[in-house]
Design a protein. Sequence first.
Length: 74
Amino acid sequence: MFCAAIEDSEYMGEKKAFWEDVYGVDMSIMTGGIFKDPMVDIVPPNNIMSDTCCILDLDLVKMDKKEVEFSNFY
């Protein structure tokens, strides 16, 4: 599993615009925190703005089932 910094203003605009008209209701107040949490997604290579960093390496062929249990909390 890798992480990297990205820039995708089109994606961000779509997420923000969604809350401006949710089935006819202006819920733009919700946009304040939508980009604070980490996101898991697939992005085009030209949107990656930093080096990638491996944060988890799993051998899915040889590993034991209990090795899948992990946490990012210390």
